[in-house]
Design a protein around this ligand. Structure first.
Ligand code: SAM
Ligand code: SF4
Length: 339
């Protein structure tokens, strides 16, 4: 495709430069806020093949996407996913892509860390809500903490920078947030706390999740009883706001998708593993890109479908827990859209 092809600018003059790609809906864990214990996963034919993912991502890159985050489900459980990483890494070599990264639960990092680094991945996000093995098994339903810690060591040895994503859950990890901050600080990991979001039907019912909701505002107040936190202007175009911990020197992010509007700076869209493009995490509108990929359309025609979708990107979303009902709740799982 023509390198001078028009870049993706949405109706609110936001340049779309960040694509999150879910490469699978499957996962080897079942975090209680993310998945039901018994999940029915998509049949293989529904999923984009690795070749289709590569083609589509390459078209996005030709349209100005500079940052790709690979997610899932758990991206590292997708068979041959390293082939995809190696292949898409070619766009880093040309400079068209500035960053290739992933969000992972860390269970398979021991196996893949070296290959990820070799493909050009420099930083990874690893989700970890607790440092207590029994609680880890509880929140993931069967995960082994030691496996994730070992994966983190492998990632650090491979030279990957690590950021921990921690979902803040009242009555669960509220008692260990200081320890988590300290642990990340000692290892040089960045850390982002995430408010639990209303996503999909996950078995326990909305009440259970509302009960666990802990605003990062309150969490920050708790952290400030022990650490000196300074606001810093660092932004990624996403929902996170950052502080520097003056005591450890580390950056701590807070993601408050429910209580604050971060949409004005939104630079991202999300592609599901079935080729649906979601222009906003909080809206149901989507564009089907799998059909043009499979019906013989040219790259230019696929690019037109992407441009038409971006032209529909809404101004913002409408989640709101504050009304004590789960308003604006989305029916799809985070593991489908790729959190
Ligand atoms: N499996 C990978 C992982 O766990 O990092 C990638 C996919 S996971 C869906 C991406 C992120 O979404 C994780 O950090 C996870 O904690 C977060 N997440 C999942 N469900 C969530 C929810 N209901 N509220 C807030 N964060 C959620
Ligand atoms: Fe799997 Fe990640 Fe969802 Fe946990 S949050 S169930 S690790 S996809």
């Amino acid at each position: 495709m023509d390198a001078t092809a028009p870049k993706l600018i949405d109706p609110f003059a936001r340049a779309i430069e960040y694509l999150r790609v879910s490469v699978t809906d499957r996962c080897d864990l079942r975090c209680v806020y993310c998945m039901a214990e018994h999940m029915t996963f998509l049949p293989k034919k529904e999923l984009l093949t690795l070749e289709e993912l590569d083609r589509l991502c390459s078209i996005f890159i030709s349209l100005g996407v500079k940052k790709l985050r690979i997610t899932g489900g758990e991206p590292l459980v997708r068979r041959e996913v390293m082939t995809f990483f190696r292949s898409i890494g070619r766009h880093l070599d040309t400079g068209a892509l500035e960053e290739l990264t992933l969000t992972s639960n860390g269970t398979l990092l021991r196996r893949h860390a070296e290959a990820l680094a070799a493909a050009g991945v420099k930083r990874i996000n690893v989700s970890l809500d607790t440092l207590d093995a029994a609680k880890f098994a509880e929140v993931t339903r069967w995960g082994r903490l030691g496996q994730v810690l070992d994966g983190l060591d492998a990632a650090a040895d491979a030279g990957l920078r690590i950021k921990i994503n921690c979902v803040a859950l009242k009555g669960f990890n509220d008692v260990e947030v200081h320890q988590i901050v300290e642990w990340c600080g000692a290892r040089g990991y960045d850390l982002t706390f995430i408010e639990v979001m209303p996503m999909g039907e996950i078995g326990e019912g909305d009440a259970a999740r509302l009960d666990q909701y802990w605003s990062v505002k309150d969490l920050r107040a708790e952290l400030e009883t022990r650490w000196r936190l300074e606001d810093i202007p660092f932004r990624t175009g996403g929902p996170a706001r950052y502080v520097r911990n003056e005591d450890t020197g580390m950056k701590i992010g807070f993601i408050t998708p429910l209580t604050h509007n971060f949409c004005e700076s939104c630079n991202r869209v999300r592609l599901t593993c079935t080729g649906e493009l979601f222009m906003c995490l909080g809206q149901e509108d989507r564009a089907d890109l799998r059909t043009p990929l499979r019906d013989g359309s040219s790259d230019e025609e696929v690019a037109d479908a992407i441009r038409a979708a971006i032209a529909r990107k809404p101004k913002g979303h409408d989640f709101d827990y504050s009304r004590q009902s789960v308003a604006g709740r989305m029916s799809r799982h985070m593991s489908h859209t790729g959190g």
